[in-house]
Design a protein around this ligand. Structure first.
Ligand SMILES: [Zn+2]
Length: 353
């Protein structure tokens, strides 16, 4: 019997609590508008710096690509040159062999002449009885070695030529190596430049996030004194709506699951309460320097990103919209938002508009 009564009371409460209050579109005040403009201008400046950085990155990347293309060309040339040098080295080795053979054959002949000379060739030479006879005998000797000498000389000339070519190719290789080193050095410099621009860009992205965080409350529009506790959109201005056994102490912001909840003003987190008092599910209280306190309810603990004692800035994301609480799921996903002054709740609307 008692149980039945409780269920029927709860049903009445639930029905009343599901009845939405007046639904209004919020018109931002001049203050909020100017703050939002200030934030937007800052974002615009950062964005333009970002696109400058991006343009620089694209430019430097193009230079790097070109240089690398050049390096590949040098590599191809160096490869061809290496082949040429290897071929030439083979020719030089082959020529050295025949040159050596020719030198030996010439040497052997000269040695034979010399060895026999004392008793034959040389003796005959010096046995000449006149100068003209001497010349005649000498001419015969000369003819004997001349053909070998000529062959030797030809190989010698070929060898000199090959060595000259080798020196030229080595010189070319040296200059290609220098060219390659220069190109690699240039790439290194470009890459350093690229890194610089990339860290610049990172820095701008940080700045962008900081501005987004700083001005989130204003971008979300609304307030003179407090920023909006979530994204712009519908609000049930149902503060002090009678709920059968209690009055509704805040306003409700129906939003899809996971919509960010923002700190309405900078301050210190007083508590993250999980004891589900009054069907809040989980709620967060923030103490602001201007004496106000704000309360945010119905989120799930897993989405809460702040803890008691933590300093938060206006517009900072503190949690996500959920449907946690006594009537879990029944009222749909929404943020329940309260403003407290001197220990009592006050109507949030004037602070948000
Ligand atoms: Zn509510």
């Amino acid at each position: 019997m008692k149980r039945k009564l409780i269920i029927s009371v709860l049903t009445v409460c639930l029905t009343i609590s599901l009845t939405p209050g007046p639904l209004e579109k919020t018109i931002p005040t001049a203050y909020a508008t100017s703050k939002a403009e200030e934030g937007k201008q800052k974002l615009k400046d950062i964005k333009s710096k970002q696109s400058e950085s991006k343009a620089e990155i694209a430019k430097v990347q193009k230079l790097i690509d070109e240089k690398q293309k050049g390096i590949h060309e040098i590599e191809a040339r160096a490869g061809a040159l290496n082949d040429q040098i290897a071929k030439l080295n083979k020719s030089i080795e082959a020529n050295k062999k025949v040159l050596e053979q020719s030198r030996q054959s010439l040497g052997n002949k000269l040695k034979r002449i010399y060895l026999q000379g004392s008793n034959s060739y040389m003796a005959q030479l010096f046995a000449a009885d006149s100068f003209s006879d001497f010349l005649k005998r000498y001419e015969v000797l000369r003819l004997i070695v001349e053909s070998d000498y000529q062959v030797f000389n030809e190989y010698m000339t070929v060898q000199k030529n090959l060595e000259k070519q080798q020196a030229e190719l080595n010189e070319k290789q040296k200059s290609l190596t220098a060219e390659m080193e220069k190109a690699n050095e240039a790439v290194k410099q470009y890459e350093a430049e690229l890194d610089k621009h990339k860290s610049e860009l990172e820095e701008y992205e940080k700045q962008e996030n900081a501005v987004l965080k700083q001005y989130a409350g204003y971008f979300n529009s609304g307030s003179g004194q407090l920023g909006w506790p979530t994204t712009p959109g519908m609000v049930y201005w149902n503060y002090m709506q009678f709920r059968g056994n209690h009055y509704h102490k805040g306003d409700d912001f129906p939003r899809p699951k996971g919509t960010p909840i923002f700190a309405a003003e900078s301050g210190v987190v007083l508590r993250v309460s999980t004891s589900d008092p009054d069907g809040y599910g989980v709620y967060i209280d923030i103490q602001h320097p201007n004496g106000l306190q704000t309360r945010y309810a119905h989120m799930f603990l897993s989405t809460v990103t702040v803890h008691a004692g933590q300093h938060v800035s206006r517009g900072q994301k503190i949690a996500e919209v959920g449907n946690n609480g006594r009537f879990i799921g029944a009222t749909g996903y929404h943020l329940h938002f309260e403003v407290w002054k001197n220990g009592h709740t006050v109507n949030p609307k004037p602070y948000l508009q």
